[in-house]
Structure formats: structure tokens, C-alpha cells
Design a protein around this ligand. Structure first.
Ligand SMILES: Nc1nc2c(ncn2[C@@H]2O[C@@H]3COP(=O)(O)O[C@H]4[C@@H](O)[C@H](n5cnc6c(=O)[nH]c(N)nc65)O[C@@H]4COP(=O)(O)O[C@H]3[C@H]2O)c(=O)[nH]1
Length: 527
């Protein structure tokens, strides 16, 4: 595949990935905004209802306060009683009349004056508390009005007339643009006593009698979808304030939000695509940099001797890579190996490294058949045919070829197990690098053909120190002996470490105590 093709397909892939991620994110965000807005719209309907309810409750409580005091009103309707009633009508704009009814239902007097003869009405209901009835039209007012009444302990009733026109202001729907109707209902029957807007009843749910706060969203008998909120009045729980709002209106996302979401969506789509393209370019450029370095021969091998501690003889080498960067100087593999593993150029790098090692080590391995040559390999490389071909060629030249894998590499890729098996059959030795730092069980040591363990430098460094690693070293050595595995100690830096390891039976050492990694011409001088 050419680089041009690669970037075109990659760009398309990036747009699709950005589109998928943005759509998912903004789908979730849109749902969130929708739910939030709907919630806010419901709360504003509830707030409107509470405002109306509060106004009504305040007015009713004021009237009721007077009705409660009415125990003291003289049923003989003397002048003082009449003037008290008039005063009350005067101070309370909701009231148009107050009257006193005796036990048999005769209206004896009202705020207009004493009635001679008394007017027969219905008998007072012997029930405690404030109650209402109506609307009625009285002889005095000739307008529809509600009656609020309380029966006194002596059986007389004091009642107050509230003309329905008084409710017009409180229940004025034009003050609440978000409401489809406002109704003052009899909470037991659902009969509206006063209504503004188009009152309809919810389908499929029996909401009456309504003793408590009620919320409902669904179909109504006029074929619309509505949200209702209803709550009985605190001063007179028999009456309920019910308000309704169009469900469609609640569910509509405000245009400003739609626009914001759309802008964010576009920004995220563009931003994510750019980010992914940038990442790709970075990977491509890191890959291009390394491939360029290989073609300019800036990469070179160094060889760190493996030493037999008892004879001090160099028994092999670990091949390590370096980069002679034109500007940065000599770079350690820590700077470019992880990147090469990410962008895939580790394959080209490793093929190049083996080719180089074969030509540089040829004379040594030809003269010393038991000379061990060890390469670092990661699991990905064992899935690359070009690399495996190169390894095969190396195995024909190097009699004692070893590959070093980490525990993670061995465990993570199921497909490399068969490759490892075939390498073992060709005579390649498999070593576990940095042994002891892995995180998994050790059963794989028995299940795979692993011949050699390289004890990690941290355990070697712990020799003579009282720290957490020190007991692990002995455990690792003991386990390797039990499993009949060869051991190499890495990072041997002091005579004390070398002696200790030798006493424990670990006699192949690698470390600065003996030699640092060196270029081929230096290696040739010691081999
Ligand atoms: N402090 C201390 N360090 C010592 C001592 N003896 C050896 N070392 C260092 O320990 C590292 C041993 O290599 P590693 O564990 O395979 O760890 C290697 C290996 O994982 C990776 N690496 C190096 N070259 C290659 C390569 O050609 N291919 C691949 N795939 N990885 C490589 O980079 C890692 C680091 O390599 P280097 O920097 O060359 O570092 C080397 C070596 O220079 C010592 O006594 N004291």
C-alpha cells in the first residue's frame, strides 16, 4: 500500500470514527438536554400552579379567619354585628356578602342588614371546618358566587359570598403563557368550579378523588397530549387547583439549545477528525523518521557480553540497538523502541538489526560454536512473516541463537505460541527477559518451551539491601532450579553481587561489573 492510499483510507476512517464518537456523545447530550428542558418546563408549570394556589389560599385564609371568629357574632343581628360584617366585606375585596343562617336554614341577616322576614335557605350542614358550595345566584347580588361557610357550635352558620368574578384575576390564564388551562375543581368529583382555557379530562387514568398532589402526562379526551399538575388548596382541601400544559410544548428543545448543540456537534466532528489525523500524521512521521534513520544507517548494534562468572570467559552477547542521531547524538533505545512498537517500524528495525548482527558477528560465531547471541523480540514481531524469515536465516548462521521475550509477550498473544513452538523445534532458545517483574501466574513456564530466565536487574540490585525485592531473588532462583531452567543475572554491577549470585549457583552474568554494551570492534578484542 502506498503512503498516499494509506492516508486517504485513514482520513476516511478518521472521519467515520469522529462521526461515530460525535454522534454518540451528542446523542447522549441531546437526550440530557431534552430531559433537563422537559424537567424545567414541568417545574415552571408547577411553579405557575403554586403561585395561583398560594394566592387563593391566602385569600381563603383571610376569610376563614373572620368566619372562625364569627362565634362571637350575635345571632340577634344587632347593629354591631351588622357593622362588623360590613367592615369585613369592605376590607376584603374578594367578599361581596356575609350572612348568618339559623339552625333551620333561615338567613337572619347579612352585611346589607337585618332581614324581615328571614329568607329560607338550605339547612346548615353540621360538619366541622370550612366548606364551600355553589356557585349560586343570590337575590341580593344577582351574580354567580361561591359560598364559604362554617357552622358554629350553636348550630348557626356564618357564610361568606365570593363572586366568581373575583377568581378571574387570580386564575387569569393570560398571565401564564405556558398553560393550556387553569381549573379550580371539586377534588372529589372533578367538576370544574371555575375555569380558564380548554378543560379536558385525562384518558386512561382515574385521578379523582384527588386528595394529594397529582402529576400526569398522557392523552386527554380532546385527543391532545398534556401534562397536568394538580394540588388541593391548603385552606380548603376539597378544592383543587389543576393546571395543564401542552405536552408538545414541554418536549420542544429551545432553538437556542438546538443551535448550540449543532455547533458543538460540528466543532466536535471537525476537532476529533483533526485530532485523529494529527495522531496519524505523528505516527506516520515517527515511522518515517525511523525508516529514514535505518536507510541512512544511523542505527547500529552494540553487544553486551554474557560472562561465565567462574572463568570470566565471554560466553555470548545480548544485541542492543542504538541510534546515532545527527542532531541529538547517541539515543538510547528507551527513546525510540516504544514508538517503533507503536507505529510498527519495529519490524523493519529488527530485520535491519539481525542483518547487521549477522554480518558483524559472523567470524565470532563461526569460530565459537557455543557462543550465545541473544535478541530482544516482542510478541508482535513473531506475527510478522518478514521478521520470522530473517530469524530463520539467523538461526542457520548462529548455532546458539536466543530470543528474549517478556512474560507479558508470552502470555498475551495466543497466536505466537505455535510460532514459539516451531522456533524451539528449529533449535532457537527462548528466554524470558526481566523475569520476576511480570504479573501473572507461572504455569506458562511449564506449558511453553522456555529454557532460560533472565533475572531482572532490580532483584540483582537488591542484593545486600534490606528491601522488599531481596527475598524475591532467592525465591526466583529456587523456582528456576526446581523447574530446571537456566538462569542469567542481568545488571550485575558489583563484585559483591557477582559473588552472591555465584554462591547461589547463578554463574552466567551480564552487567557493568564485567562489560558495558560495546560496538563490534571492541567486542572483537575480547572474544
Ligand atoms: N543500570 C544497568 N543497566 C545495565 C547493566 N547491564 C546492562 N544494562 C542495560 O540493561 C538493558 C538490558 O536490556 P533489556 O533488559 O533487554 O532491555 C532493553 C530492551 O528491552 C530494549 N531494547 C534494546 N535494544 C533493543 C532491540 O534491538 N530491539 C528491541 N526490541 N528492544 C531493544 O531496550 C531496553 C534497554 O536497553 P538498553 O538501554 O540498551 O539497556 C540494556 C543494558 O544496557 C548494568 O549493570 N546496570
Amino acid at each position: 500500500m502506498t503512503q498516499g492510499n494509506h492516508s486517504l483510507t485513514d482520513r476516511i476512517k478518521n472521519i467515520v470514527v469522529a462521526w461515530l464518537i460525535s454522534s454518540l456523545l451528542f446523542g447522549l447530550l441531546a437526550i440530557f438536554v431534552y430531559v433537563q428542558q422537559k424537567d424545567a418546563a414541568k417545574q415552571s408549570v408547577q411553579a405557575a400552579s403554586e403561585l395561583i394556589r398560594l394566592e387563593l389560599d391566602t385569600q381563603l385564609r383571610n376569610i376563614d379567619r373572620f368566619l372562625k371568629q364569627a362565634e362571637q357574632l350575635n345571632q340577634a343581628c344587632d347593629g354591631r354585628t351588622i357593622s362588623l360584617m360590613r367592615e369585613q366585606v369592605f376590607v376584603n375585596p374578594a367578599l361581596s356578602e356575609i350572612g348568618i343562617v339559623d339552625q333551620s336554614g333561615r338567613l337572619l341577616c347579612n352585611s346589607f342588614g337585618r332581614l324581615e322576614p328571614a329568607v329560607q335557605t338550605t339547612e346548615p350542614i353540621k360538619q366541622p371546618g370550612l366548606r364551600y358550595h355553589g356557585p349560586i345566584i343570590t337575590d341580593f347580588l344577582q351574580v354567580p358566587a361561591f359560598v364559604l361557610a362554617r357552622t358554629r357550635s350553636d348550630g348557626f352558620e356564618v357564610n361568606a359570598l365570593l363572586p366568581t368574578s373575583w377568581l378571574s384575576d387570580t386564575l387569569d390564564i393570560t398571565r401564564h403563557k405556558n398553560l393550556a388551562f387553569i381549573a379550580l375543581l371539586d377534588g372529589d368529583t372533578g367538576v370544574p368550579i371555575f375555569l380558564r382555557g380548554q378543560y379536558t379530562l385525562p384518558l386512561g387514568e382515574v385521578i379523582f378523588p384527588m386528595r394529594d398532589e397529582t402529576e400526569f402526562e398522557g392523552g386527554f379526551d380532546d385527543g391532545t397530549q398534556k401534562y397536568i399538575f394538580a394540588r388541593p388548596l391548603a385552606a380548603l382541601p376539597q378544592l383543587t387547583i389543576m393546571v395543564a400544559s401542552d405536552a408538545k410544548q414541554l418536549s420542544t428543545i429551545k432553538p437556542v439549545w438546538l443551535l448550540t448543540l449543532l455547533l458543538l456537534y460540528c466543532a466536535s466532528l471537525v476537532g476529533l477528525t483533526m485530532l485523529l489525523n494529527h495522531y496519524d500524521r505523528r505516527v506516520l512521521s515517527s515511522r518515517a523518521l525511523l525508516l529514514g534513520a535505518i536507510s541512512r544507517q544511523e542505527l547500529f548494534n552494540v553487544y553486551q557480553p554474557l560472562v561465565d562468572a567462574t572463568t570470566r570467559e565471554v560466553v555470548g552477547v545480548e544485541v542492543l540497538i542504538r541510534w546515532q542521531h545527527p542532531l541529538e547524538g547517541e539515543l538510547s533505545p528507551a527513546y525510540f523502541i516504544p514508538e517503533a512498537e507503536r507505529d510498527g517500524s519495529i519490524q523493519e528495525l529488527s530485520v535491519y538489526q539481525i542483518e547487521k548482527a549477522l554480518s558483524e558477528l559472523r567470524t565470532i560465531v563461526q569460530s565459537r560454536h557455543n557462543f550465545k547471541v541473544s535478541f530482544n523480540v516482542n510478541g508482535y514481531l513473531l506475527t510478522c512473516p518478514d521478521y520470522l524469515k530473517m530469524l530463520h536465516q539467523a538461526n542457520e548462521v548462529i548455532p546458539q541463537l536466543t530470543i528474549e521475550l517478556t512474560e507479558r509477550d508470552v502470555l498475551s498473544q495466543a497466536q505466537i505460541h505455535s510460532v514459539l513452538q516451531s522456533l524451539v523445534e528449529q533449535g532457537v532458545e527462548i528466554a524470558i527477559d526481566d523475569f520476576g517483574t511480570g504479573y501473572s501466574g507461572l504455569h506458562y513456564l511449564q506449558s511453553f518451551s522456555i529454557d532460560l530466565l533472565k533475572i531482572d536487574q532490580t532483584f540483582v540490585a537488591s542484593i545486600g539491601m534490606d528491601n522488599l525485592q531481596s527475598p524475591v531473588l532467592n525465591a526466583v532462583i529456587e523456582m528456576a532450579n526446581k523447574l530446571d531452567k537456566k538462569l542469567i543475572a542481568e545488571g550485575v554491577e558489583t563484585a559483591h553481587q557477582a559473588e552472591y549470585l555465584s554462591r547461589q549457583g547463578v554463574t552466567t552474568h551480564q552487567g557493568w561489573y564485567y562489560y558495558k554494551a560495546m560496538p563490534i570492534h571492541e567486542l572483537k578484542q575480547i572474544c
